[in-house]
Design a binder for this molecule. Structure first.
Ligand SMILES: NC(=O)c1cnc(N)c2cc(Br)sc12
Length: 312
């Protein structure tokens, strides 16, 4: 019986990864649900084999009375903004003046909630909100309910990975339809809905909100043995994290501007909301050389899309 339980735990972890991280399930939902039911029953019968990283324990037990404050290992920074082509060219000028020729990593700016995930010896041990950038709130139990967040990774690494938790557009529409039917206040946008979901003190409520996540940075790139942002993202993929596949390396600001123009008109086709494009110097050593201003990196900028005119 132990073998069957262990086999199911591994199978379901794999299927969960295919469905929630790769968006590419290899079995129908009905089969996944049947296997999950079998594992829940077996773990209830043989609790000694129920590990706290089993795919059945994503929704925690007790309802919290509040969130404890947690200090980040390093500040979660905000980005300087660019609003037009001129701002982007000025950013590029400043970078090239100080660092010479650079390659840029362009990534979609996800309109969600910044989160920090800590893994110790390959186990997900803590999740926190950005807070004021230095101190955030411990929302581990709620983040464990996000299926795109692995509870264990196939490595004994200890490091912190950061990203954006978000609510897909489809989940947002369904949630507001339900709230309207129940006479509850609808959420203004997916970002507020994601924030409201992660602020729930009862993990069961967060679990019902179908949140997802895109991860985009690590606090100790040396732990991942990489010297570039693109390398860090590829390593996160290898470790089983969900990253955004629309990222592109660019060798000129003209290419960056083309990419920004493309997503300005095509972002409505995405399954999630974005509010801009993040442009980063790709080489990590060059990032360190360029350093930081009081509140944000000199090696990155966030291009913000113009506010969409409300279609009345
Ligand atoms: N890919 C990225 O770096 C990224 C994506 N989406 C976001 N909302 C943010 C915010 C910061 Br700060 S970085 C970043």
């Amino acid at each position: 019986m132990k073998e069957r339980i262990h086999e199911l735990q591994q199978l379901l972890t794999r299927y969960n990864y295919e469905y929630h991280v790769q968006d590419n399930p290899s079995i129908p939902d009905t089969e996944y649900d049947a296997l999950l039911r079998e594992l829940v029953e077996l773990e209830a019968e043989y609790p000694e084999y129920k590990t706290d990283t089993s795919p059945t324990v994503r929704v925690g037990g007790e309802i919290l009375s509040g969130f404890e404050k947690v200090a980040h290992s390093s500040p979660m920074l905000s980005l300087g903004n660019a609003f037009n082509e001129e701002d982007l060219r000025a950013f590029d000028q400043r970078v090239r003046q100080n660092a010479g020729d650079v390659t840029y990593m362009c990534e979609l700016k996800i309109d969600g909630l910044a989160v920090s995930l800590t893994y110790e010896n390959g186990l997900f041990t803590r999740g926190a909100t950005r807070g004021d950038g230095t101190v955030g709130e411990n929302i581990t139990e709620n983040l464990r309910t996000i299926h795109a967040i692995p509870l264990t990774i196939d490595s004994d690494l200890t490091f912190e990975v950061r990203g954006e938790a978000y609510m897909p557009k489809r989940s947002f529409i369904n949630l507001n339809e339900t709230r309207a039917k129940e006479g509850q206040q609808e959420f203004q946008n997916p970002r507020n809905a994601a924030a409201g979901s992660l602020r729930q003190l009862d993990p069961k409520l967060a679990a019902a909100r179908n949140l997802s996540v895109f991860l985009y940075s690590v606090t100790s790139p040396e732990a991942l043995d990489t010297d570039s942002q693109s390398g860090a993202l590829d390593k996160l993929d290898e470790l089983g994290f969900k990253t955004n596949r629309e990222r592109r390396l660019m060798t000129s600001i003209d290419e960056v501007i083309e990419y920004v123009e493309y997503w300005t008109t095509h972002r409505s086709e995405l399954a999630y909301e974005i509010d801009g494009i993040v442009i980063k110097v790709n080489d990590l050593l060059t990032q360190e050389e360029l350093g930081y201003t009081v509140k944000s990196p000199r090696w990155a900028i966030a291009y913000k899309f113009p506010a969409e005119e409300v279609v009345t």
